[in-house]
Design a protein around this ligand. Structure first.
Ligand SMILES: Cc1cc2nc3c(=O)[nH]c(=O)nc-3n(C[C@H](O)[C@H](O)[C@H](O)COP(=O)(O)OP(=O)(O)OC[C@H]3O[C@@H](n4cnc5c(N)ncnc54)[C@H](O)[C@@H]3O)c2cc1C
Length: 333
C-alpha cells in the first residue's frame, strides 16, 4: 500500500512549525516516521499534510544537567542510547532503549516521537512515568509542561492538543546510589513487549526502602505506576516475603484484554512471573557495605503453570530468534 496524497511542510523554526500545524487542519507532525509512515502506508492515518520537524535545529539537542536528561524532539533513539553522559545520569534510558525495535528503526525514530505515539507497550512512555518526568509542548497559545502522569491517556492517546508540538522530554536523573532494573517479555528480540517493568529503589541508612517507583507497560491501556506493589515494598528490607507480596499486587494490576499473542490469564501469569524474576542488580556507584542489595531479591516460588493451549514462550524456550529475515515491519501500531 502507498499513503494517500499529502502536503509536506518543512519549517526551520519552532514558531513556523506551530503556525504550519495551526494552518493545516488535520495535519500531523512527523519526526522519524517509524510509526507514522507505516500507519499512512496502511491508510490507518491519512493526514492531509505532514509538518516535518526534522530541519529545526533547536529540536536536535540532547542535554544532561544535574537534574535531568533533556531530549529534544529530533533526537534519535540511538543517540540517547549510546550517549555516555546519559548512561551515567539515567542508566535506565539505555537499558530500555536496547529493547526498542531494531537498530535501523532506532537510528531514525525519536524518543519524543515514541512518547507522542504513546503505544501502551512502548518503553519510553513507561520510563517517563517511572522517573516522574515531563513533556514540554508548544501551541498557538504558548508553551506548557505536562507531567508524565497526566500525559498518557490511553493506547495511542495523549493529553497533547492536536495543535501542539512536543518540544522536549525531561527524564530526571537517577537519584545517587539508587538501585534500578528494567525487564521485559517479548516474543522475539525487537518485538513490542508483551509486558515490561521498570523499578527504582532508594534505601534508607538502615537498609529499608524509603522510596520505590515501579512502572509497567503492556498490561493496561496505557503505561501505569504499580502503586500497590510500591507500597508493599516501602519501608521493608525487600525480603522474599515482601517481594512476593509486591509481585502478587503487580499481577492484580493486569487489565489488558487477551490478544493474538496471549489470553488475559496467560498475560497475568507471565507478568506475575516476570515481576518476581531475578535480574542483575544495578547501582550507579559501588554500594557501601550496608547497602549491598539494591533491588528486590527474587521471590522463591515455583513458576505458575501455563494455561492449557498457551503458545506463549517460556523462560526455558531459549534465546530470541535472531533471524534477520524477521526484520520486516511487523507489530505496526
Ligand atoms: C518493526 C517495528 C518495531 C517496533 N518496535 C518497537 C518497540 O519494541 N518499542 C517501541 O517503543 N516502539 C517500537 N516501534 C515504534 C517506533 O520505534 C517508535 O514509535 C518510533 O520510533 C516513534 O518515533 P518517530 O520519530 O519515528 O515518530 P513518528 O513516526 O514520526 O511519529 C509517531 C507519532 O507521534 C507524533 N509525533 C512525533 N513527534 C512529534 C512531536 N514532536 N510533536 C507532536 N507529535 C509528534 C506523530 O504525529 C505520530 O502520530 C517499532 C516500529 C516498527 C516499525
Amino acid at each position: 500500500m502507498k499513503p494517500a496524497l499529502f502536503d509536506h511542510v518543512a519549517p526551520a523554526s519552532i514558531a513556523d512549525a506551530v503556525a504550519a500545524l495551526a494552518g493545516h487542519p488535520g495535519a500531523m507532525v512527523i519526526a522519524g516516521g517509524q510509526s507514522l509512515l507505516p500507519a499512512m502506508n496502511f491508510r490507518l492515518a491519512t493526514p492531509p499534510a505532514l509538518i516535518d520537524i526534522s530541519r529545526i535545529a533547536e529540536l536536535k539537542t540532547l542535554t544532561v544537567t544535574d537534574r535531568a536528561v533533556v531530549v529534544g524532539a529530533m533526537v534519535r533513539h540511538r543517540t540517547v542510547e549510546l550517549d555516555p553522559a546519559v548512561a551515567r545520569a539515567q542508566p535506565l534510558l539505555a537499558a530500555a532503549l536496547a529493547h526498542v525495535a531494531h537498530v535501523p528503526i532506532r537510528n531514525r525514530g525519536t524518543v519524543v516521537g515514541s512518547l507522542c505515539h504513546a503505544d501502551a507497550s512502548a518503553e519510553m512512555p513507561l520510563l517517563l512515568l517511572l522517573t516522574d518526568g515531563h513533556m514540554v509542548v508548544a501551541g498557538p497559545t504558548g508553551r506548557r509542561t505536562i507531567a508524565a502522569a497526566d500525559f498518557f491517556r490511553f493506547h495511542l492517546t495523549t493529553s497533547r492538543a492536536a495543535d501542539e508540538i512536543a518540544l522536549e522530554a525531561h527524564f530526571p536523573v537517577l537519584p545517587a546510589g539508587a538501585g534500578w532494573a528494567f525487564e521485559e517479555v517479548a516474543r522475539r528480540s525487537g518485538d513490542f513487549a508483551l509486558a515490561s517493568v521498570g523499578v527504582i529503589v532508594e534505601r534508607a541508612a538502615d537498609g529499608t526502602a524509603r522510596k520505590v517507583a515501579i512502572a509497567a507497560g503492556g498490561i493496561a491501556s496505557r503505561p501505569i505506576r504499580l502503586t500497590e506493589a510500591e507500597n508493599a515494598l516501602l519501608g521493608t528490607t525487600l525480603n522474599d516475603e515482601t517481594v512476593e507480596l509486591a509481585a502478587q499486587a503487580a499481577a492484580a494490576a493486569v487489565t489488558a484484554p487477551g490478544d493474538i499473542h496471549a489470553s488475559a490469564p496467560c498475560a497475568a501469569s507471565w507478568w506475575r512471573r516476570s515481576s518476581a524474576r531475578p535480574s542483575p542488580p544495578h547501582a550507579t556507584a559501588p554500594p557501601p557495605p550496608d547497602r549491598d542489595r539494591r533491588r528486590p531479591p527474587p521471590a522463591r516460588t515455583a513458576p505458575p503453570p501455563q494455561p492449557p493451549g498457551s503458545d506463549r514462550p517460556t523462560e526455558e524456550d531459549g534465546p530470541d530468534d535472531p533471524d534477520p529475515k524477521e526484520d520486516g515491519p511487523r507489530n505496526i501500531r
